[in-house]
Design a protein around this ligand. Structure first.
Ligand SMILES: Nc1ncnc2c1ncn2[C@@H]1O[C@H](COP(=O)(O)OP(=O)(O)O)[C@@H](O)[C@H]1O
Ligand SMILES: [Mg+2]
Length: 396
């Protein structure tokens, strides 16, 4: 196996197979090990950044299957190799169904295991150098005005302030307002890119992005609703794949409907962020949205639920919400006048009023994604962030 930089995530029952894995991999290959139970609990937090997932189990077949399904839902391009010991009892077939590339019975010599791992990686990726792929988060919400654009723009900037490369695609092709939310002049848009002719590549797309002072970039929506028609799903799929190969985080702001473009974005995403609002109609639609994602085969563990205006006094308690949606929200954002105030200034609230409660909620959301994608170490020191925010506010 060549030692071209790649990293391994190993979810193991006990430390089953760990020595064999270490022996089989090139010296110095980073291997992050977690217990199978922990990986199952973490769900969507299966490490996104890893290039190879190894699952080792002897008895806990169901836990192993959960980890395989979560890893598959998160990224379809990454090989998953399962090591097992003892009687498989129908486990092999179910593991393949869940997305495993190969199953290897233990004990196994380092040479044989190394060959199996190499084969799985080669099959998924071709034998060229491994290209690591960034996370892609589609921000969805069932109604207009639930806070999708506020969420996606603040998330993009919060991630950029944490030292990640982040790009936000405005897929609200008719009424997109990411440019307004971030105070960006729409000198170029996704429509310009779509009609530019010729083939797409990273450098070309880069030329159509608009940069926010935080370092976050945006592919803005067309200036006129009738321009939306030329933006097809094949084009979008290509754009998403190219952006994922270049950015740590690709965020997608969406219109309030499962349009063909939104479905293409959901298909291409590693994570989904559903934004619902605390009122009876929005919650009903949020429930339908969550069910639709499930029907599309999207693993609910890769779905983060943000409840906006969560402190509104509308006679709905947190336990009502949980009962209705079948899950508790992951992040709550209160109603905060600072949000429209920041929008008026064309600044995301994480820059305009970083100490406000709402800004803290968005920073927390960004931190969840940093953890879910195994990137917490890269976050800039809080003092650095504060300095950068201050200079951004001055610039704005
Ligand atoms: N938590 C909040 N507190 C106060 N105002 C909010 C909050 N969330 C959103 N808003 C306001 O609601 C409006 C709609 O938000 P937006 O993000 O554009 O929704 P969407 O993109 O889902 O249509 C904006 O004017 C914004 O200022
Ligand atoms: Mg919007």
């Amino acid at each position: 196996m060549n030692s071209a930089g790649f990293s391994v995530y190993a979810a193991l029952e006990g430390s089953l197979g760990l020595d064999a894995i270490r022996d089989a991999l090139p010296v110095g290959t980073p291997v992050r090990t977690v217990s199978l139970a922990e990986a199952g609990r973490a769900g969507s937090e299966v490490q996104h950044g890893a290039d190879l997932v190894i699952v080792g189990c002897s008895h806990s077949h169901d836990q192993a299957l959960d980890v395989i399904s979560a890893a598959t839902a998160q990224r379809t391009d990454r090989p998953i190799v399962v090591l097992y010991q003892g009687s498989p009892n129908g486990f092999l077939e179910r593991a393949f169904e869940a997305g495993a590339d190969d199953l290897v019975a233990l004990p196994q010599s380092a040479g044989q295991l190394g060959f199996a791992l190499e084969k799985a990686m080669a099959r998924r990726r071709g034998s060229g150098p491994t290209v690591s792929e960034g996370a892609m988060i589609a921000v969805l919400g069932p109604k207009g005005g639930t806070g999708k654009t506020v969420t996606s723009s603040n998330l993009a900037v919060a991630l950029a302030l944490a030292g990640e490369s982040a790009v936000l695609v405005d897929l609200d092709l008719q009424f997109g307002d990411v440019g307004l939310a971030l105070g960006l002049r729409p000198t170029k848009t996704i429509h310009d890119l779509a009609v530019s002719g010729g083939s797409l590549d990273g450098d070309k797309i880069e030329g159509f992005l608009v940069e926010h002072p935080s370092g976050a970039r945006a592919l803005l929506a067309p200036l006129r609703p009738d321009h939306a028609a030329v933006i097809g799903t094949a084009f979008l799929r290509e754009v998403f794949a190219i952006l994922r190969s270049r950015y740590d985080f690709v965020l997608v702001d969406t219109p309030p409907a499962f349009t063909a473009e939104v479905i293409a974005a959901v298909d291409a995403s590693s994570h989904i962020c559903v934004v619902g609002m605390l009122d009876a109609l929005s919650l009903k639609d949020t429930k339908i949205g969550l069910e639709t994602l499930e029907q599309m085969g999207y693993d609910s563990r890769a779905v983060t639920l943000v409840l906006n205006r969560a402190d509104s006094d509308v006679g709905i308690t947190p336990s009502d919400v949980e009962e209705l949606l079948g899950r508790a929200p992951d992040v709550l954002v209160g109603s905060d006048r600072a949000i429209p105030r920041a929008l008026t200034k064309g600044q995301p609230i994480v820059v305009a009023e970083p100490r406000s409660k709402a800004a803290r909620s968005y920073t927390m959301l960004a931190e969840r994604y940093l953890v879910a994608t195994g990137r917490p170490a890269k976050a800039a020191a809080p003092n650095d962030n504060e300095r950068r925010r201050r200079s951004l506010r001055k610039a704005g």
